[in-house]
Design a protein around this ligand. Structure first.
Ligand SMILES: Cc1cc2nc3c(=O)[nH]c(=O)nc-3n(C[C@H](O)[C@H](O)[C@H](O)COP(=O)(O)O)c2cc1C
Length: 355
């Protein structure tokens, strides 16, 4: 497939990053992505998790499509599933611009968006308007900055969107909403998980189907934090963990002029650290809790490294900025080749084999 992105990249990168991002979302939301059209998935990539059949294990990470505008476009460039959000109950403007920075020399991004989004009603309408035979969609829910009871916002999100997505992600790891990450502490997390699972149970008691609920965590956790999260995850009935969100740390290797901007760092420098956390979580949960590995994926080898570290599925976002939409097909093609070279028959066969 002819990849035109190298030709347009200088034009896209001449724009302010947020403007370029908004243009890309608009492009994908209008179904203009045919030129990057994916040619279908190697059968070795098909995988089943949470009772769902994924055509391939490579998903679009949250934050690219905050309002669920570009789901169909995300599937058309080859993603096996697309996670939309983070959505908060009320619309929210987010932080002042500029709030997105390219760290080109480091192949990284810093963002401090702060959950800018159009709110639950708009998000729900967009999901409801998708074709019936759509690809897989995750709904990533969050809390408004000014919420008196943040945990209640997650419950509101799940209640409003129940039945419209294939899974939910409870995002408690954005560094850009002050205090949000405190929900990762043991008592707060237990309370949050109890309340969102009770909301699901109430839906099921009223006749709705089971929808998996995952929790997305930060890469900036101590080993005690990881043990605590693992204890809640293994005992509570949540369906999985997404590891990880962006980091507030700044690796010494960074050289770009924007490296000290406030916010969460993602892209290539996050690959190593987020994979280490993934391994630690896999060990701490004894491999019993399905994990989605995300952070810095730029190749099939990176995706394979996440799978060997314990991920059953992977997601990516930042490296699309540098590689363009052709990255998705490349990651999948390389991953299929690597799995075969190693003698694996499926993605599931390889999960956790690097521990
Ligand atoms: C601009 C930007 C916005 C993001 N917004 C969200 C968000 O709203 N919710 C969320 O859970 N993660 C968000 N993320 C984090 C990504 O989903 C992902 O966890 C992280 O960027 C690491 O993956 P990557 O290195 O492939 O980008 C955002 C990331 C970026 C770069």
């Amino acid at each position: 497939m002819l990849d035109l992105f190298p030709l347009v990249r200088p034009l896209v990168h001449a724009l302010d990053p947020e403007t370029a991002h908004n243009m890309t979302v608009r492009f994908l939301s209008r179904g203009l992505s045919g030129r990057f059209g994916d040619t279908g998935d190697d059968p070795i990539l098909a995988t089943r998790l949470f009772g769902i059949d994924f055509p391939n294990p490579v998903g679009l990470a949250a934050g690219f499509d905050k309002n669920a505008d570009a789901i169909t476009g995300a599937h058309s460039i080859g993603f096996g599933f697309a996670e939309a959000g983070t959505v908060t109950p009320k619309p929210q403007a987010g932080n002042a611009r500029p709030r997105l920075f390219r760290l080109k020399e480091d192949r990284a991004v810093i963002n401090r968006f702060g959950f800018n989004n159009k709110g639950l009603e708009n998000f729900a309408e967009n999901l409801a308007a998708l074709p019936r035979r759509r690809g897989l969609v995750g709904a990533n829910v969050g809390a408004n900055k000014d919420a008196a009871d943040r945990t209640a916002d997650y419950v509101t999100g799940i209640e409003r969107l129940y039945g419209l997505s294939d899974y939910f992600t409870v995002n408690i790891s954005s560094p850009n909403t002050p205090g949000l990450r405190a929900l990762q502490s043991r008592a707060a997390l237990q309370d949050l998980v109890d309340r969102v699972l009770a909301a699901r149970q109430a839906k099921m008691d009223a006749g709705a189907a089971y929808v998996p609920i995952l929790v997305k965590i930060a890469p900036d956790l101590t080993s005690t934090d990881i043990q605590d999260i693992a204890a809640v995850a293994t005992s509570s009935g949540i369906d999985g963990l997404i590891v990880s969100n962006t980091t507030i740390t700044r690796p010494a290797s960074l050289t770009s002029r924007h490296k000290d901007e406030m916010g969460g760092l993602s892209g290539a420098p996050l690959m190593g650290p987020s994979t280490e956390v993934l391994k630690a979580v896999y060990r701490a949960t004894g491999g019993k809790v399905p994990l989605i590995g995300v952070g810095g994926i730029a190749s099939g080898a990176d995706a394979f490294a996440k799978i060997r570290a314990g991920a059953s599925l992977v997601q990516l976002y930042s490296m699309l900025v540098y590689e363009g939409p052709g990255l998705v097909t490349r990651v999948k093609t390389e991953l299929a080749m690597i799995l075969k070279d190693h003698g694996f028959k499926s993605v599931a066969d390889a999960v956790g084999t690097g521990i």
